[in-house]
Design a protein around this ligand. Structure first.
Ligand code: HEM
Ligand code: HEM
Length: 187
């Protein structure tokens, strides 16, 4: 259970696993899209599907135990900004895997999962290099959401990290220490 002075092992584990996956997937996503590095696509899709387990676990954990108690009295503007950013991060982590699966699965490109085939590709029999979408409008919607929410998330994560660093180095409070797993009652 999370308390004011110490967060549960589960909260710490899930925060850092989801954070690492999200930053990695965003970086690889942008890189492979820009450079057309198609060999990275199946890795990106597999890890993108895997993260769903941790995102849902984290969501359940957060709904069960509520939002974290602030380590000190923040200014109202800080509270509002951090709430908005936390919501953007949570909604973004849900929308990215869903939109990715819509784009790839319904676009006919298929969804691999570490060598398994979750959704098979649907090649055009006359030209196997081209895929036939299973549902072109939904696949297109997935593509637009994946790209747009990806950009919004990159901005939100930058603000989130800047906020964490400000708390740590400028305000010198225990916000980051507590998320690193420290017991802050003795600090
Ligand atoms: C180097 C990167 C990161 C650092 C240093 C960091 C730091 C922190 C800190 C210190 C908190 C606690 C805030 C508080 O007590 O009010 C926090 C909470 C949170 N972080 Fe991060 N974070 C990072 C990356 C991410 C990423 C990539 C995501 C998701 C995309 C994320 C999502 C969240 C969410 C949703 C919370 C709210 C508390 C919770 O639900 O557990 N963080 N982060
Ligand atoms: C949290 C999970 C995910 C994140 C953060 C993420 C992030 C990204 C980002 C930022 C891009 C670049 C988009 C652009 O610049 O237009 C991208 C591209 C892509 N993503 Fe994801 N993604 C995730 C999950 C998935 C999943 C689950 C799939 C499919 C099963 C997927 C399939 C793709 C594909 C095929 C592209 C390339 C699109 C293109 O080149 O037009 N992604 N991803």
């Amino acid at each position: 259970m999370d308390t004011y002075s110490k967060l549960s092992k589960q909260t710490i584990f899930l925060h850092w696993v989801v954070a690492t996956f999200m930053i990695g997937l965003l970086a690889v996503g942008v890189y492979m899209h820009e450079t057309k590095s198609f060999f990275l696509y199946s890795w990106h899709k597999s890890f993108g599907v895997l993260i769903v387990v941790f995102v849902l676990w984290r969501l359940y954990n957060r709904m069960k135990s509520g939002w974290l108690e602030p380590v000190r009295q923040y200014k109202p503007v800080e509270i509002s900004l951090s709430k908005i950013v936390h919501w953007l991060l949570i909604i973004g982590t849900i929308l990215m895997p869903i939109s990715g699966m819509m784009m790839s699965g319904l676009g006919g490109y298929g969804i691999p999962f570490f060598g398994l085939e979750l959704v098979a590709p649907n090649p055009n029999p006359d030209d196997p290099t081209k895929m036939i979408p299973l549902n072109a409008p939904l696949a297109q919607a997935g593509k637009v959401v994946h790209s747009l929410v990806g950009d919004i998330l990159i901005g939100a994560i930058a603000l989130h990290i800047a906020g964490a660093l400000k708390h740590h180095f400028i305000d010198k409070d225990n916000t980051l220490n507590r998320m690193k797993g420290m017991d802050i009652s003795s600090k």
